[in-house]
Ligand binder design. Structure first.
Ligand code: KIV
Ligand code: NA
Length: 263
């Protein structure tokens, strides 16, 4: 089977074919995702909360991200592996370059950074030098203390326009993918149609080019699961079945359902 590349994902966007992302953190889950044909895996800094027990992603370090990117890269040789850059490791373009280099050398094929227009220079710095970048707009969990909680973003016209502008700027700066988290479905659709890079939604409706869920939510490990997630293990009965059901439902356009989206 062929490796998934940024070209694969652009082609899928052009053909209107949905692709699947799973946020996961270790070698066996990464191997399972590879076996079930998941196109991209994200070593998310959500690991601070899902596996390390912190109450936000703010405490996550470069060393922790590298440890988990290495584990995932050992378990998966087919999917495109994205690695999150942790809190305050990309505050300037130069700092981003130094730290993104370490994430790539740990085995990632792309780095992910949270933020809008202020990151345009960083995206250009990294992508010009051969490091693919996934941008992340909407609910950006590293900014939880500035946002005042984990809440839907872009609900009013002013913030919606700002998010659309940010997405276009990041696209023009050379970003390869864009995560939209907790964004009203109509806005996510508008952004997806306005940028050349594929968009990956989580709590962003059915009209993004791809979906991402956190493995803990897919498998019912989360005590208070977010509204946009779904436990696929209940119906599927085992872990590979749950991943196949999630992937299949996204490809068919039946996940997310209305109950998982914001208006
Ligand atoms: O850290 C993470 O898992 C993420 C996804 C939820 C997009 O950033
Ligand atoms: Na993250």
């Amino acid at each position: 089977e062929k490796l998934v590349t940024v070209q694969t994902l652009r082609k899928m966007k052009a053909n209107g074919e949905k692709f699947i992302t799973v946020a996961l953190y270790d070698a066996p889950m990464a191997a399972m995702a590879q076996k079930t044909g998941v196109e991209t895996v994200l070593v998310g800094d959500s690991l601070g909360m899902t596996v390390l027990g912190y109450d936000s992603t703010v405490p996550v370090t470069m060393e922790q991200m590298i440890y988990h990117v290495e584990a995932v890269a050992r378990g998966n040789k087919k999917s495109l592996i994205m690695g999150d850059m942790p809190f305050m490791t990309y505050a300037t373009p130069e700092q981003a370059l130094t730290n993104a280099t370490r994430i790539m050398q740990a085995g990632a094929h792309m780095v992910k950074i949270e933020g809008g227009a202020w990151l345009a220079d960083t995206v250009k710095m990294l992508t010009d030098r051969g490091i693919p970048v996934c941008a992340h707009l909407g609910l950006t969990p590293q900014s939880v203390h500035k946002l005042g909680g984990y809440r839907v973003q872009g609900r009013d016209e002013k913030h919606a326009e700002q998010m659309l502008e940010d997405a276009i700027l990041l696209d023009q700066a050379g970003a390869d993918l864009l995560v939209l988290e907790c964004v009203p479905s109509a806005l996510a659709k508008r952004i997806t149609e306005s940028v050349s890079m594929p968009t990956i939604g989580i709590g962003a409706g059915r009209d993004t080019d791809a979906q991402v869920l956190v493995i803990n939510d897919i498998l019912g490990l989360t005590e208070q699961p977010p509204k946009f997630s779904k436990n696929f293990l209940v119906e599927a009965g085992d872990i590979p079945g749950a991943l196949r059901k999630y992937a299949g439902d996204v490809k068919l356009g039946v996940f997310p359902e209305d109950s998982h989206t914001f208006n």
